[in-house]
Design a protein around this ligand. Structure first.
Ligand code: ACO
Length: 422
């Protein structure tokens, strides 16, 4: 046996040796030695929920790779659709495969008219676009009865293409509804990102041609957000998927998890923080207040990365390219000063707190004209590829239904008390 650990039950003196494989230990020998004794691991901070071959993160070294390819190389050379293919099928596509894939996604961007007219238009006038997206993705399952055939590979492929293709359509529809603009049909002659910008911003022109630099920047942001292994949303996808629910319902669960401010909402908090700071001159005083425990530096720190988040590096470059087109976001100077002050301060250095993906992404979205309520929606669109890659892996591995245990701390047995005696 190579590397291993030994667990001894001190009540009986019995031991079990468990090999360390892929950096983990199996719970099976543990369960045999200690039936009915459970790991207490709230929030799964020390639990590997699966073996996965999709995304590799080394938080100490600041490394992120999709299927082995460094995120920096993918952001520089690839496109979101190519990366989506890589995540889902495990290899970069050949020219023919990419053509077919792009065609299949492009020709599934339309949504059923009932979805738009009866469902989306039924929301209250000020409905949050993320709430609309979560519920409309779930509603899509009712349009595709065979989506339940999750073990049929061809049917799975169909639902995967539909989901990736329809997310931007639903997202833009939700936004336009919230500002009282009419729905815009997707334009099949445009790339994935340019089409999304067209469905967002087109008014009366016959064809909306997004600025290529902005479409490219958005595509890079989509690549950076496409997957991040077993985060909260992906775990929701896997847990619901493990019950063999259809992929639309599982994706709705994942999107609902992303909606929470601890997950997909941090870039919105960064904009709020920078606006409140107001000027680079106020940065040192703000950093002092954070050090005294009065709030956190939003967009800094990460559960996994204890080094510069590699996505934040790339986003910083992308920001410069976007600002050349849109003009500089006035909050940028405050952000740069904040980063400079924090990265030279022992409080942040000793705690290994670096900018994360959210520190600069909100600045870009804001400069491109997206309202803050759309920030999480902009995260959900590309993350759909990651969710589906993990869903497909789960189905192929034929994993059992997710069902954790608990440590019961409530009352012992007690007799029922009639209401008159309570
Ligand atoms: N500002 C100031 N201090 C911080 C920050 C921060 N942003 N983040 C962590 N710390 C401090 C904590 O106070 C703690 O200090 P202590 O040891 O003196 O008590 C220490 O660093 C460790 O922090 P934890 O809370 O234990 O780290 P955890 O891994 O639980 O939290 C998290 C990670 C939630 C991302 C945290 O860093 C944070 O709140 N950051 C701000 C919000 C944010 O940017 N979230 C986006 C994450 S990326 C994403 O989800 C896409």
């Amino acid at each position: 046996m190579g590397e291993s650990i030994t667990i001894t039950d001190n009540r009986t003196g019995e031991s079990v040796e468990i090999p360390i494989e892929y950096g983990g230990i199996s719970s099976e020998p543990f369960k045999k030695l200690l039936p009915g004794v459970w790991f207490e691991d709230e929030a799964f901070t020390a639990t590997a929920a699966t073996r996965s071959a999709i995304t590799d993160i080394d938080g100490d070294a600041g490394i992120l790779r999709y299927r082995g390819y460094p995120i920096e190389q993918l952001a520089e050379h690839s496109t979101y659709l190519e990366v989506a293919y890589l995540l889902i099928f495990g290899e970069l596509p050949t020219t023919e495969q990419l053509e077919q894939w792009t065609h299949d996604i492009t020709y599934h961007t339309y949504i059923h008219e009932n979805m738009r007219k009866r469902f989306l238009e039924g929301f209250h006038y000020d409905a949050h676009p993320m709430g609309m997206l979560v519920s409309s993705v779930a509603a899509l399952s009712t349009f595709y009865e065979n989506a339940k055939d999750i073990f049929d590979e061809e049917v799975r492929y169909k639902q995967i293409t539909r989901l990736i293709a329809k997310m931007p359509t639903l997202a833009a529809a939700a936004y336009r509804f919230s500002v009282g603009m009419p729905f815009v049909y997707p334009d099949n002659s445009l790339s994935f990102s340019a089409n999304f910008l067209s469905t967002m911003w087109k008014v009366a022109e016959p064809r909306y041609d997004a600025n290529p630099a902005l479409a490219k920047a958005l595509d890079v942001l989509f690549i950076l957000h496409a997957d991040h292994e077993q985060n909260c949303g992906t775990t929701a996808m896997r847990v619901v998927g493990s019950s063999h629910a259809d992929p639309y319902s599982a994706t709705a669960a994942a999107a609902a998890a992303l909606y929470g401010p601890r997950h997909g909402g941090a870039n919105e908090a960064v904009i709020k923080m920078l606006t409140e700071i107001g000027s680079p001159d106020n940065v040192p005083a703000f950093v002092e207040s954070v050090k005294q425990g009065k709030g956190r530096l939003q967009g800094f720190g990460h559960r996994v990365y204890k080094n510069y988040d590699p996505r934040a590096q790339i986003i910083k470059q992308t920001a410069d390219e976007v600002f050349e087109v849109t003009g500089k976001n006035p909050l940028l100077d405050i952000a740069l000063k904040l980063e400079e002050v924090a990265l030279s301060d022992d409080y942040f250095i000793s705690r290994k707190l670096y900018p994360n993906v959210d520190f600069y992404s909100g600045l870009i979205y804001q400069a491109m004209g997206f309202p803050t309520e759309m920030f999480t929606v902009l995260f959900a669109i590309p993350r759909t590829a990651g969710w589906l890659a993990h869903w497909q892996e789960l189905i192929e591995q034929d994993q059992r239904i997710a069902r954790p245990r608990q440590l019961y701390t409530g009352a012992g047995e007690r007799p029922y008390v009639p209401i008159s005696e309570r």
